[in-house]
Design a protein around this ligand. Sequence first.
Ligand code: HEC
Length: 144
Amino acid sequence: MKSEIQWEGRYAMRKAVLTLATSLAVFAGAAFAQDDSGRYEYMVACAGCHGESALGDGPLAELLKIDTPNLTTLASEKSDGTFPFEYVLWMVDGRKIIRAHGSAMPIWGERYQASATSQRGETAEMVARGRMLSLVYYLESIQQ
Ligand code: HEC
């Protein structure tokens, strides 16, 4: 009888540990996927100008007439240590903020919306916002 209780206890313990390990793995996986998708979007769409490390030194930057900004110092330079989330989102989107005359930045909001495909009922606008949000979260994560 005693050993049965012990066994049950051990079993419950093992089950709890396993459950915890599984949820941690799922959680880590989700966090990684989110960071990774922003980073992926960045490397594909932005690194050419802003540079792989976002220092403003991509291979295309030299060809532009205006300086390509460093995107790792947005928090320190623009808003006293706080990442200017909304500003960055609208700068990337480009549909609302009127950017400097002759801006080299494509209007990403428009591009992402035009290329969006819906598989589970999401609208093109949702897809575009999701991609831009993951980009902005990524930029926030690399502030120096
Ligand atoms: C063709 C080159 C080019 C590409 C590609 C590009 N940018 Fe830019 N970006 C610029 C330039 C040049 C500026 C300076 C201001 C302007 O032109 O509007 C800028 C400005 C910005 C700013 C405002 C920075 C500040 O200091 O105010 C952000 C944020 C930004 N870009 C993010 C991105 C993101 C995110 C991507 C990818 C989705 C991207 N850029 C792709 C050239 C580019």
